[in-house]
Design a binder for this molecule. Structure first.
Ligand code: SF4
Length: 494
């Protein structure tokens, strides 16, 4: 979703649509790590920056009071000032990075959210999206609740505040039993750090430890950056309570089928992370190898669309025996913020980020490997660039099945009508992108690459709804269970 947010000195965010799905959030929490809890959290968020680049926040607790800092922009700029970090004292902290879904990234929508409740301070950071938040919000507003933000996550706070149960844990269970959707949460109270994964375990959450201080993080790369050890994944439907007495676990929800987001392996997670026991890098290579087995074509060179297509292209090259070369070079210094482009330079968009490496392309039959196609606009421009660089043939291989449906579980997806695969069959997409041949990995091939015999049609082993339309969690708000008036308000999700 393109968002033009005026910033300082005429800067805007997202001037060039990069035509990718975007994970919307990354979360981190640490307990008992005085005096560096906030510094560790900032570093953890820095490692999770790929999960959200538009805003970041940290809340810490120093034994007496909660302190918070939330800002638009990258973690580096949000937490570089000494004064900011000095204010975030305490032995415990949680943090959040955010990618805005629609509209402006306004500061009151930046997490963690903090509230003073009857039992004390409560801060929460959320990765995912609640699919019945609009309905719940309508009910809460009619009971007198006053919302401060347009985030679905705030619903959890109000459910907790109005719960009839006495202690925080029971109130939390009571609140979460009423919400539907995908959620991994980190929560900070006066005496505990709490981690939760929804019963389907759609989004990731891991537990680590740094010199005895327990950590919760979206991905293991956030543990690596501070030298922490990985302990285990938080299990689907599990609530992990970390306090002075250690780590305890509760599983109070009705057991549900595990439906982890398969797109985390294809694109969202960092390749150096290990997710649910599987190396993301190795998974991507296996997907590339499977793609090569399924859709071989004679060619002279395999080139990845950087950076996300690289591991799959390596797997494709190893399986096919065709040489791997860097035929497209990515400029890493084009951020999400750029001086407002004039119409004359806007058309250069893709060239600001990618350039063809002519020496590896001219006169050759090229196989380009990418992780996915969303709208197809960037693919079209890259193919044009590769042809201009002298490629004799251009074949495109995609390391995911066609993206035919939108995600409602915490990933920024264009509406369905904008997805290339929802509008065209393979031949139509091939013609749109302008390649000599186009192939996607099959759904069974993708599952084989993930170590499964194939996709279990009755009970799929992952969430793959953006490829299949098989949504594992009810889309209550989408199906009219929400409040149309508030639909626009809740367009922002965690
Ligand atoms: Fe992941 Fe797609 Fe499911 Fe969303 S719909 S959770 S992106 S697999």
């Amino acid at each position: 979703m393109q968002s033009f947010l005026p910033g300082p000195a005429g800067l805007v965010t997202n001037p060039f649509q990069d035509d990718k799905l975007h994970e919307e959030c990354g979360i981190f929490g640490i307990f008992g790590a005085a005096p560096d809890a906030a510094a560790h959290t900032a570093l953890g968020l820095h490692a999770l920056q790929h999960r959200g680049q538009e805003a970041a926040g940290i809340v810490s607790f120093n034994g007496e009071r909660f302190n918070s800092h939330r800002a638009l922009g990258h973690v580096g700029s949000a937490f570089s000032a000494e004064k900011v970090m000095a204010n975030l004292q305490g032995a415990s902290a949680i943090g959040h990075v955010r990618y805005s879904t629609t509209g402006e990234t306004i500061l009151r929508n930046v997490q963690p959210i903090f509230a003073e409740l009857v039992f004390g301070g409560f801060a929460i950071a959320h990765n995912g999206n609640l699919t019945n938040a609009q309905r719940l919000r309508r009910e809460l507003v009619s009971c007198g609740c006053i919302f401060q933000s347009t985030m679905d996550t705030e619903v959890i706070i109000h459910l907790l505040a109005t719960s009839r149960f006495l202690n925080i844990q029971d109130r939390l269970v009571d609140a979460l039993r009423q919400v539907e959707g995908a959620y991994s949460l980190v929560i900070l109270t006066q005496d505990s750090l709490i981690g939760v994964r929804d019963p389907h375990g759609v989004r990731p959450l891991v537990i680590g430890t740094l010199k005895g201080a327990p950590i919760l993080a979206s991905e293991t790369c956030a543990l690596d950056i501070i030298g922490a050890d990985f302990l285990r994944d938080v299990e689907p439907g599990e609530i992990v309570i970390i306090n002075e007495r250690g780590i305890t676990s509760r599983k109070p929800f009705t057991k549900a089928a595990h439906r982890f987001c398969i797109f985390e392996y294809i694109y969202f997670a960092r390749p150096d992370s290990v997710v649910e026991g599987t190396s993301v890098y190795e998974a991507r290579k296996r997907i590339g190898a499977e793609l090569a087995r399924e859709s071989h074509v004679d060619a002279d060179v395999i080139i990845p669309v950087p950076d996300s297509g690289v591991p799959a292209a390596i797997g494709y090259a190893q399986q096919s025996g065709i040489p791997f070369e860097l035929g497209i070079i990515r400029n890493h210094y084009v951020g999400r913020t750029f001086i407002e482009p004039t119409d004359q330079i806007r058309h250069l968009g893709v060239k600001l980020k990618h350039n063809a490496n002519r020496a590896n392309i001219a006169g050759r039959r090229v196989i380009m490997v990418d992780d996915s196609i969303v709208r197809g606009t960037t693919s079209t421009k890259i193919v044009e660039m590769v042809r201009e660089a002298g490629a004799r043939e251009v074949h495109m291989r995609i390391a995911s099945p066609p993206t035919t449906h939108s995600c409602f579980y915490g990933v920024d997806t264009p509406e369905r009508s904008k997805l290339l695969a929802a509008r065209h069959d393979i031949e139509g997409m091939r013609a749109f992108i302008g390649v000599d041949s186009l192939a996607f990995i099959s759904m069974d091939g993708l599952y084989r690459a993930m170590g499964e015999p194939g996709r279990d049609a009755d009970s799929p082993q992952f969430c793959d709804a953006c490829f299949s339309g098989d949504y594992p969690i009810a889309l209550t708000d989408q199906s009219g269970g929400g409040n149309a008036v508030q639909l626009s308000l809740l367009a922002e999700s965690a």
